[in-house]
Design a protein. Structure first.
Length: 531
């Protein structure tokens, strides 16, 4: 056994003190962010609550403040409109895809069924026949409901059956402000009743309490006071309420506004910007300061000697009568003893632009919108960074579009198909439809086109993807907001018309145009050449 090395007394004492200090400063937890002793985080004690406990008590303030910011802040308004334009645009187009394998049908049958259903659906959806108020098209309702989801956290609509309108359709959609969804007065909210929504034991909504008028309606009459309870489904299973939101946590009964996390930044930035603008305006209005050498006592003595009773009023009158008016090329005559001093404004702050830009970048991250798209400013962006920003934005847009198609468009499409089946307008019996409802109703929703940053490069890339099997014409058309069947049909019509007018066909990319083989003497057709 080796002998222990004995340290000098002063060295050993220092080590002992160091060890003791280390023990006293040892963290109380393994994760610094969970510490209750560290000075920088020990006062950080958020409350722990369920999804609804954390949200519902704050929801009203979040909604009304989000609406106020949208009304009064240009960038917030533009950010919301950017989301609406890119997710909804001019509307989501139905592309019916019945599952013909599950139904035991053929692909040809599925194409014929889809074509007829799309024609009937678009005839209804692209007119005001789909709106209970007969004043909005389906695409307008979609844009309004998506905007409501952004600002209110959720949207609400009631499918109605109104067969006596004379437009050939009975299914009508009535959008409802989500503020009307609330628990009736005098009824305590419980685990089965929250925010006007009644749930079953598994958390599925089974009914909704909807206020007869908006709680903030200044024109409501006494007869419209109260609530109406609407079950989610009718006795035969037809949907009666469409309530859509984007949940963040399990057990969440409604959504929260998208602007919630950046409301303070928007409000403070609005105040700061207005203060800088006001300072700039004031600075622009003041160009010269007149300094008087006379003190307050001297002014009092001078006018008191003349027997003036109201000294300051007389002095102010004299100043007004001898006011200095600044004009170009003017020699200024000042009051005796006065001195002119130049005014050097110090506002707006030199770092105003950079500071505001950084705040808007933070806001853009919260809204999932690149700064360039939020501010519509691509002046500092090259092709690569612009395309990267747009690709990142389109991931978010596609996710929101898929959610909107599933939560809003799908239920409405199903309601309309049910009406057509029972009316005998589709080649499906009601029994077959209800037995395989999901197979008949399968579809895809095509939104606005993504557009191109560099049309030539991206068109070439699309052609290469199709040629090598990495993509299809359907996928490429959908990215540009078009239906592939309509595109092919239109290409065929244009090709026939070009041939009729004896124009050369449109050549594939990168190849020279050649006339039609049938128009060149002694030139065999492809069929003849292969024979």
């Amino acid at each position: 056994m080796k002998p222990r090395v004995k340290l000098k007394p002063n060295v050993e004492s220092a080590l002992n003190l160091s060890a003791a200090a280390g023990m006293s400063n040892a963290p109380d937890v393994a994760h610094h962010g969970a510490s209750t002793r560290a000075s920088d985080v020990r006062a950080w004690m958020p409350r722990q609550g369920s999804a609804d406990s954390d949200l519902l008590r704050d929801l009203r303030n979040l909604i009304v403040r989000s609406r106020d910011i949208d009304r009064n802040h240009g960038v917030a308004k533009g950010g919301v409109q950017t989301l609406v334009d890119n997710v909804v645009g001019t509307g989501l187009r139905l592309s019916s895809r019945p599952n013909w394998k599950v139904l035991g049908k053929t692909k040809e049958w599925a194409d014929e069924f889809a074509e007829l259903y799309e024609y009937l659906y678009h005839s209804w959806w692209w007119s005001t026949a789909c709106h209970a108020g007969d004043s909005m098209t389906g695409d307008q309702m979609t844009a309004m409901q998506f905007r409501a989801q952004i600002l209110n956290g959720a949207y609400l609509a009631l499918p109605l059956w109104l067969p006596d309108r004379g437009d050939g359709f009975a299914t009508k959609i009535q959008p409802v402000e989500v503020d009307r969804l609330s628990s009736p007065g005098g009824i305590l909210e419980t685990a089965r009743l929250r925010n006007g929504i009644k749930f079953d034991e598994f958390g599925a909504p089974i009914g909704y309490y909807i206020k007869k008028t908006h709680p903030g309606d200044a024109y409501a009459d006494a007869d419209s006071i109260g609530w109406e309870y609407v079950t989610r489904y009718t006795d035969h299973g037809r949907l009666r309420v469409i309530h859509g939101f984007d949940p963040e946590r399990s057990g969440q009964s409604t959504g929260k506004p998208l602007l919630s996390s950046v409301l303070p930044q928007f409000k403070q930035l609005d105040r700061y910007t207005n203060a800088e603008i006001m300072a700039a305006v004031v600075n622009a209005m003041i160009s010269l300061v007149i300094e008087s050498p006379m003190s307050h006592e001297q002014i009092m003595e001078m006018f008191a000697a003349d027997g003036t009773t109201d000294v300051m009023e007389a002095y102010q009158k004299m100043r007004t009568e001898n006011a200095v008016s600044l004009q170009a090329g003017q020699a200024i005559s000042l009051f005796p003893g006065d001195k002119a001093a130049s005014f050097l404004p110090q506002r707006p702050a030199s770092g105003f632009g950079a500071f505001v830009e950084n705040i808007y970048r933070i806001i853009g991250v919260a809204l999932d919108i690149p700064y360039e798209l939020l501010m519509k400013d691509f002046s500092k962006t090259n092709y690569s960074s612009a395309r990267a920003a747009m690709l990142e934005a389109w991931r978010s847009f596609n996710r929101r579009r898929d959610w909107l198609g599933t939560q809003w468009c799908d239920p409405i499409s199903w309601l309309f198909m049910e009406e057509l089946v029972n009316a005998g307008k589709l080649d499906v019996t009601p029994a077959e439809f209800y037995a395989n409802r999901w197979a008949y109703q399968r579809c895809k929703w095509i939104g606005p086109g993504r557009g191109w940053v560099d049309p030539v490069k991206e068109a070439e890339a699309a052609a290469i993807r199709i040629e090598h099997g990495f993509s299809t014409l359907e996928d490429e058309c959908a990215e540009q907001g078009r239906d592939w069947r309509e595109t092919l049909a239109q290409i065929k019509r244009e090709a026939d018309e070009r041939k009729r007018l004896e124009l050369p066909p449109v050549a594939p990319m990168g190849r020279s145009q050649q006339p039609y083989a049938s128009d060149v003497p002694n030139t065999p057709t492809p069929q003849q050449a292969n024979a």
